[in-house]
Design a protein. Sequence first.
Length: 443
Amino acid sequence: MTTVKEQQVIQTEFKDRMNEDELLNCMRCGFCLPACPTYIESGYKETHSPRGRIALMKAVVDGIIEPDEEVERSLDLCLGCRACEPVCPSGVKYGFLLEEARDIIQQNKKHSAPVRLVRKVIFDELFPHPNRMRTAMGLLSFYQRSGLQTVARKTGVMKLFPDSLSTMERVLPKVPTMKQMKNRPEHLAPIGKQTKKVAFFKGCLMDTMFLETNDATMKLLQHAGCEIVTPQEQACCGALHGHSGEKSSAKELAKRNIQAFEDFEVDYIITNAGGCGAFLVDYDHLLKDDPEWKDRAKAFTDKIKDISQILYELDFHKKVDLKLPHQIITYQDSCHLRNVMKTASAPRALLQAINGSEYREMKDADRCCGSAGVYNIVESEMSMQILDYKMEQTKATHATTIVTANPGCLLQMKLGIEREGLADKMRAVHIVDLLLEAAEQKK
């Protein structure tokens, strides 16, 4: 709960920092309402819509209302999926407004000691440090491989946790060993004639928990004729920080990444996680007020490209014979890949090129699955409501393979499969893993 003094400081910060032109750009037309999952799942509550949240921000700026718990709750419940942006006729950059508002509130609110500790560990001590991320994932790997996981499940320890967390534990991938996580390539030659030279953004969870998917990504790039460099000084993209009211930390991580990549002469910087890619491509906005970094940030963002987009542009699906045993495939959009990076047709074209399989479009494939970073942990009830709807649409396709393009989406869809009791009939897989499977399928 914020005190009166904290609210006064927050209100002053809103007036000083919020982009009033952007707030006024919202015409209150309501085109965003059908695109907003929390508006729909809350029973069409206006304060849980993009239009309503912008109205609350503007009212705080104007001093009409105080930035109280209701305002904070409205902003917290937002997924940040940014599905409102493509449908907005005025082009309101809602995501930027949301991040600024959250940062103002979080930086001027006194948290309880446990919350301060958790935030410090996650935002300051863990994600900015690749070695510590590997150590943390190494402990998870030990838990999975040592027999502790089996004991925890048999003794019912996991039942002490909320259902969504205990189910999530069951769908986590097998984490690589510490040796595997440390032994990462810095340079890979293309297979066949070189088409492009690219740098690979390896990410945090992607290069630890989802290391096999990173390996698959690099193999696909090699098959597409790409020479690959992986700068070793790169850091976390900063998305978790930027979305959670830790904007200054996000800026520092952005600067570290720009510096790590700018000495490499490459055509593109490739990502394979929609959430990371969308934050990377917004570095120019994040650092727009920094005269030393804004031009460097723009040069960086101009090179960001998702793996599916470059594979499509290099005609990977036409040059490589993609084949799988018969299965029905459907695709769940990564919100940020679609709404921010504007990549939607490329992954579908790649999937439709797989011989032997049948592609079926899911209704509302562009609606958020409810993962949204750590949203499915901190806002479990709303997240599961959204996931239940998503699983209804998935089941309607009769798909046996759900394809995603982001690690959070992948875990969320695995969670949905587990909750529905469909683990023996359906699987969720990252698009690069499926494409590599199709490329290496024995003829």
